[in-house]
Design a protein around this ligand. Structure first.
Ligand code: GBH
Length: 454
């Protein structure tokens, strides 16, 4: 059994990578500059009724122009690393064909500034902004898009590799598959039936595998490849052996079509049985590609799913959240700090993963500028302290978590919620673009300085 954390001061190991995360469409703006082509999020956000208040990412945080100022903020907080994403349509304006050098130059300039500030860049290749031209050809329903993604990923990793050593293929496969193509609440806003979603899901995991191979083929030895996955974080409702075992089974099954198939190279029997005639077509060769070995696993953790043992063949039942369950400003964001303990622990145990990063964790809050010009986001600060305490517990027990990326450095374009839901530790006035570090930024700065939960 793993050792219990006995450090009352809640330290992290030396060299722990403290970071923050952002994504291209959520922060960059400058959507028509530098030769960028349109993505599905430009189309979607400009379609009336799709995004709260009719907000778009046209300007967002204007990070495309202000990245130097924002990197100075990162440096002041003491960040060791920064996770950003590349906009595919800045590199290939129509998804394939002729690359756009101005796009490559932008990310290289930005990474140079990070490195000058002593901050290691971690690069995500796909954070949901598919080139519109590729959606016009069927998007992720078209197997050729999987190949196009691998070409783009390999090319881009090669161009950034002098500066970037860690690449993540995709962010949250489940989110863009299910919310974009099944529920229709995110771009491209489709509501496909179960059979089409399952086949598209298969092409998405295939695209991931193809891109792992392409990145390896086109980067130097020592470059690390992984993913930023929002694996459902199953937590035992009570920490007894039977419920822990239920959580372990649930982690595998609830993530059957995402992380589990990447790690095991096969869909679980329960998954295939549940889909029946809707199950995807696949070949053994594709399954081998999908499970191409990764160097690390990135986990985005927001809220856990509590499970209990139930004596069934499947081995678990998901416990529904009671109506009174507390959440942050976003109604979906239930407060459950132990997700940050169980998700990396179960991932490491199930698949013997040796290097894990928390690639996102953070919270929305109803932030206001106080009369003294400060933002006292005590709820976000409380949230982070509780979650980090659970992460420290995992690390102290030997779970191989090497770094943590807080979502997010800045308030930004929160997808269908527009600018309504603020996730930043830095307040952004979207009229003036003025940045104000919140109380949570001061908290995080102290955590990093002391390398422990303060
Ligand atoms: C992550 O998604 C994303 O990677 C990041 O871009 C995003 O800004 C951040 O977290 C905060 O949301 O409105 O009830 O339909 C987290 C997973 C998927 C959770 C979409 C919210 C919509 C729920 N998110 N989901 S609902």
């Amino acid at each position: 059994a793993p050792a219990i954390s006995t450090d009352p001061r809640r330290h992290f190991p030396q060299g722990f990578l403290w970071g923050s995360a952002t994504a291209s469409y959520q922060v960059e703006g400058a959507v028509k500059e530098g030769g960028r082509g349109p993505s599905i999020w430009d189309t979607f956000s400009h379609t009336p009724g799709k995004v709260a208040n009719g907000d778009t990412g046209d300007v967002a945080d204007d990070y495309y122009h202000r990245y130097k100022e924002d990197i100075a903020l990162m440096k002041d907080i003491g960040l060791k690393t920064c996770r950003f994403s590349v906009s595919w349509s800045r590199i290939f304006p129509t998804g394939t064909g002729q690359p756009n050098q101005q796009g490559v130059d932008f990310y290289n300039r930005m990474c140079d500034s990070l490195l000058e500030a002593g901050i290691q860049p971690f690069c995500t290749l796909y954070h949901w902004d598919l080139p519109q031209t590729l959606q016009d050809k069927g998007g992720w329903e078209n197997k050729d898009v999987a190949k196009a993604f691998a070409d783009y990923a390999g090319y881009t990793a090669n161009k950034l590799n002098d500066r970037v050593k860690h690449f993540m293929t995709m962010n949250e496969m489940r989110s863009f598959v299910e919310i974009g193509y099944k529920d229709g609440r995110h771009a491209p806003g489709l509501r496909l039936d179960a059979k089409r979603v399952a086949q598209l899901n298969h092409y998405v995991v295939l695209a991931h595998g193809l891109s792992v191979q392409a990145i390896r083929a086109q980067t130097k030895p020592g470059t690390k490849v992984g993913i930023a996955d929002n694996a459902t974080a199953t937590a035992p409702v009570i920490e007894t052996p039977e419920h822990i075992e239920a959580a372990r089974k649930a982690y595998r099954e609830e993530n059957a079509m995402f992380l589990t198939v990447l790690m095991e190279g096969r869909y679980t029997d329960h998954y295939l049985k549940r889909l029946g005639a809707d199950a995807p077509h696949f070949t053994p060769e594709e399954m081998k590609t999908i499970s191409a070995p990764m160097d690390f696993v990135g986990l985005n953790v927001y809220q856990p799913e509590y499970v209990r043992a139930d004596g069934s063949d499947k081995g678990y039942t998901v416990v529904p959240s009671p109506a009174s369950y507390p959440h942050m400003l976003s109604p979906w964001l239930h407060v459950g700090p132990e997700g940050l303990y169980w998700s990396p622990r179960l991932c490491a145990e199930l698949w013997n993963v040796k290097e894990i990063y928390i690639t996102e964790n953070g919270a929305s809050s109803a932030d206001v500028l106080a009369p003294d010009g400060q933002v006292y986001d005590t709820d976000r600060t409380m949230f982070l302290r509780n979650y980090l305490t659970q992460l420290q517990r995992a690390v102290a027990e030997g779970v191989p978590v090497k770094g943590y990326f807080l979502w997010s450095l800045l308030d930004n374009f929160e997808w269908a919620d527009g600018y309504d839901k603020r996730f930043g530790i830095t307040y952004v006035d979207f009229k003036t673009q003025k940045r104000t570090p919140k109380l949570s930024a001061k908290f995080y700065k102290q955590v990093i300085k002391e390398n422990r939960v303060v």
